[in-house]
Design a protein. Sequence first.
Length: 436
Amino acid sequence: MNKKILADLEFDKIIGESSAQTTTGSTLLTNYKKWLMANESTCSLVNSFIKEASQCRYDNGVNEALESVLDYVNSNKTSWALASAVEKINENTSHYNYLNRNAASQVEKLLEMDEENVVKYIKAGALKNVMYCEAFRNIAKQVYASSPVVEATAEYTCKHPVSLIENTGDGYCFEVLGRLFKIGEDKNVVEASWNEVSNTFKTISNLLESNLAEIDDNNIYVTVGNNAYIISEDGSCIKCQKKALERLRGCNCKDPEVLKACNAKEVTCEQLREDNNMIVATTNPRFKYQIAGQLEAVALLAENYDSVATLDNVGIYETARDTFMVIESGDTNIYAMSLSSKHQPAGWSINEDVVKAISFIQSKTNVNLGDKYKELVESYMAKADEEDRKKVEEELETKKKDDIRTRIADLTEKFKNDPVKLAVLSKLAQELTENE
């Protein structure tokens, strides 16, 4: 299950080749060497070593072994976290742990990939079906939090929008600037119908696209009337007065002292709805339904926070003269469309392979996205090379068969008076035709 990531670490080799300089360090290494002589390496064993060796850094031998292990673990942080979680879940064989073990079996497929692809797949929603498992939910949060919302270069500013992700059975839907898209099982992106998503999806999407919501790398801030909400965890949020919101930004909102100083409180979704009812009861009747809808959207957002993600595969590009959207589609395609332009009519769109799409976008906006989508270009070129190779092989095979036909025709003419040889040649010709 975790064989690849453990094999690549070569923990037994690191420990076997290490030598301590102190008695305590020697005892520590000897204990692990003895264990590895009779048992296979595991994530929990490695994690235990990291914990123990961290207290023995004064021993240069132990410290050197620890640094080797940490270099690998830190370079594969997400994969290691997944592998450790899977291992721990599978150790619990209780029938009450069935759902978590089922989640672990789905996650195991990711552990055959390298770190870069693991992160990429998680950002694309690979853990969406196992978010009910706390261990995987926390890992997904860390990955999403590490995704920059805004990138800036000399040519453009690129914003990665945030959306609720909903499983529709035949794919995953997400929303960008009021448009609904779906990634199917083939990873290709298509525009979807709003009839395909739930009312909860529509309600949360309206809130996220409104001027009531602000989003940074870690939190979603929502202001409704004089009340403000900071949502950063599934099922709960911080409620405060609008005037206290700025003081809470960037603070540790879980700190009781901070909450007290800002007259704020942490509430569950159930408490939030009770509080919402009190607010609606005292609202001007003219705005009652509007405020009620906005407050319920906040509660729904808190409940479904784990399904909200930064869309790493979507970029909203802004230059001095153009605004356009680019969505990675499949393994080698790009879906792009113009949103506004100061030098030509807006409205262009393209859904083609990445090489054609990048060239087309540059012709319309003078922006070269070759470096931005370098990996996609490399994947396309590798696929194109493979297709060209197959074409050449097919041509060679065809030429080979034509040569055989020519040879049979020549031999038929040569042995036209030899019934036995003619029968053999006839059979060869028939087999060649049947195998086509």
